[in-house]
Design a protein around this ligand. Structure first.
Ligand SMILES: Nc1ncnc2c1ncn2[C@@H]1O[C@H](COP(=O)(O)OP(=O)(O)OP(=O)(O)O)[C@@H](O)[C@H]1O
Ligand SMILES: [Mg+2]
Length: 240
């Protein structure tokens, strides 16, 4: 499903040349939940952004599903991006739009007719457990509910891959668990491939203990350490 070959990303600024990601080789199978952990600055966000080409790699190749991402342009790139969705740490909701209107937004952009759009929004509201809250504005929701809207919006166009960059780090531990559970449920129901950075999940002691016993690959990146864990699906939810 996802294949990165010898992917590196450097940023050249006025006073530094930063190797954010160096020589990453990674294969993620369809339907897998893949977690990325690493220290602050290790390159987690950059790696995730390389997957949907929000950042272009300095070298290497990125293939997702049947797309050779680096050779796509214009309409083809937009279509591929619809299949690679993303949720964010601070939810990135539109504050002047209701829950329904936020979720409908990517469907409007994709030109889905109104009736079909409304049906899809109803389905998604139900899927993320926000029944009855469709008319609320983001400011009237808790953090966990806001992220549920973010997830519903990310799923609107039936993506094949969901990228999560610190999607739960603005949430308390209990809400984090409920969002992880929701992501797991979605993975099971829809067979969606999920790639997630997991920095703040480390605050669950048990979670970390289990993470450490899982298969791990390590990539060294100029003195920094970027670790990737192949997360077995059942274990994602196991906690005290
Ligand atoms: N646009 C940019 N321009 C210059 N340097 C950048 C840019 N984006 C990231 N970097 C640098 O690349 C390195 C990796 O950053 P990145 O944001 O990917 O780390 P991270 O693992 O997500 O960190 P955190 O856990 O704090 O979110 C850092 O040294 C950062 O300063
Ligand atoms: Mg980051």
């Amino acid at each position: 499903m996802i294949q990165m070959n010898n992917v590196s990303k450097s940023f050249v600024t006025k006073d530094a040349h930063i190797h954010a990601v160096k020589d990453v080789n990674l294969t993620i199978e369809s339907g897998e939940i893949f977690g990325i952990i690493g220290y602050s600055g290790a390159g987690k966000s950059t790696l995730i952004r390389l997957l949907n080409l929000l950042e272009a790699p300095s070298s290497g190749t990125v293939k997702i599903a049947d797309y050779d991402m680096l050779n796509l342009k214009g309409r083809a790139l937009r279509k591929a991006r619809q299949e690679i969705s993303m949720i964010f740490q601070h939810f990135n909701l539109l504050w002047s739009r209701t829950v329904r209107e936020n979720i409908a937004y990517p469907l409007e952009i994709a030109g889905v007719p109104k009736k079909k759009r409304n049906e899809r929004v109803d389905e998604l509201i139900s899927l993320v457990g926000l029944d009855g809250r469709g008319g609320a504005y983001p400011s009237q929701l808790s953090g966990g509910q806001k992220q549920r809207v973010g997830i519903a919006r990310a799923l609107a166009n039936d993506p094949k891959v969901l990228l999560c960059d610190e999607a739960t780090s603005a949430l308390d531990p209990k809400t984090t668990s409920s969002i992880l559970e929701l992501l797991y449920e979605i993975n099971q129901k829809l067979g969606l491939t999920i790639v997630s950075s997991l920095m703040k999940c480390m605050s669950f002691t048990k979670f970390v203990g289990e993470l450490q016993s899982w298969k791990m690959e390590k990539w060294s990146s100029k003195g920094q350490c970027l670790m990737c864990l192949n997360i077995q699906r059942k274990k994602l939810l196991k906690r005290s």
